[in-house]
Design a protein around this ligand. Structure first.
Ligand code: FAD
Length: 280
């Protein structure tokens, strides 16, 4: 039996799998609906545009029209080791002090800027070198543009002429500033959460990664989540139990979906879908 079952190997799931499996006596299972992240287009920063339409690498969530008379949209999310960090725009923009302090003020202790800055510094290997706001010893490679674009240079110069401060690292301060975005790129290649966090942990004997395996339900013993039901690539179902915790890191769309399929969510939505309500 596993101690922790982590559902979803995206940005969050890869970090959790690495952290929890640091303890050799703790058995961790990471379950991911997508496959391996070996396709070369996942490495080439712009290559991923070629994979967006491919259901083997992306989920396509179709919305209702967002306004009357409008068209539905299709929201893309990554479906591969690394999740959306394997298909995203790689922009590494950390938000300012006020954003984080607001988050804490809204009732999230431990999420203020003074608490998250050390965590940012710890995860980064920043190509601009160490500073009070940058780290250089972490697993996540962050860099700025290698070949500045003349049009962007003009834009930055114009911004500066209008009073914005041109800066080499837009994450360094909160003033009105302009500069190239930092990016999760190393030596011209995408640096996903799978590359940063999962790869170094992959060979640990206490970490099992189940790819092409979809979580279909959370399993309960009374009110306690004790495991998950999964379906593998051969469409076989299996119930997997967790001694300590079941962790849902399926992303902001798929996590509430799985909770709803498991009976947790707005009662009227669940009833309309024929799902017995466990918790409204
Ligand atoms: C196109 C795009 C561009 C973006 N650009 C940027 C950017 O430039 N900068 C930035 O900071 N952020 C960007 N983001 C957002 C960022 O990538 C996400 O916020 C982040 O990756 C979310 O992490 P997560 O762990 O919550 O979910 P995800 O990384 O999406 O991981 C969820 C994982 O769960 C898996 N999963 C889902 N359902 C199941 C199931 N039932 N069973 C098993 N596995 C399942 C998925 O396949 C996926 O691997 C972008 C996102 C997208 C989609």
């Amino acid at each position: 039996m596993y101690d922790y079952v982590i559902a979803g190997a995206g940005s969050a799931g890869c970090v959790l799998a690495e952290r929890l499996s640091r303890e050799p006596g703790v058995r961790v299972l990471l379950v991911e609906a997508g496959g391996a992240d070996r396709h070369p287009y996942l490495r080439v920063p712009k290559g991923v545009g070629k994979l967006f339409g491919d259901p083997a690498f992306s989920w396509h969530y179709r919305t209702r029209p967002l306004r009357e008379g409008g068209n539905p949209e299709v929201w893309v999310r990554g479906k591969v080791l690394g999740g959306s960090s394997s298909v995203n725009g790689m922009v590494y923009n950390r938000g300012g002090r006020a954003d984080w302090d607001d988050l804490e003020r809204l009732g999230n202790p431990g999420w203020g800027w003074d608490a998250v800055l050390p965590a940012f510094r710890a995860i980064e290997s920043n190509a601009l070198g160490p500073s009070p706001t940058r780290g250089t010893r972490g697993p996540l490679h962050v860099s700025t543009v290698r070949d500045p674009d003349p049009l962007c240079d003009e834009l930055i110069a114009t911004g500066s002429a209008f009073g914005l401060r041109a800066v080499p690292d837009v994450n360094e301060e909160d003033g009105e500033r302009i500069g190239y975005a930092m990016a999760t790129i190393k030596a011209g290649q995408r640096f996903s959460a799978a590359r940063a966090f999962l790869r170094p942990a992959r060979s640990r004997p206490n970490l099992t990664i189940a790819r092409q395996t979809t979580v279909t339900r959370v399993l309960f013993d009374g009110d306690k989540a004790v495991g998950v039901r999964v379906r593998n690539a051969g469409r076989q179902e299996e119930d997997i139990h967790a001694r300590r915790e079941v962790i849902l890191s399926l992303g902001s769309l798929a996590t509430p979906r799985l909770l709803q399929l498991s009976g947790i969510g707005p009662a009227e939505v669940l009833r309309a879908a024929g799902v017995p309500v466990r918790l409204d």
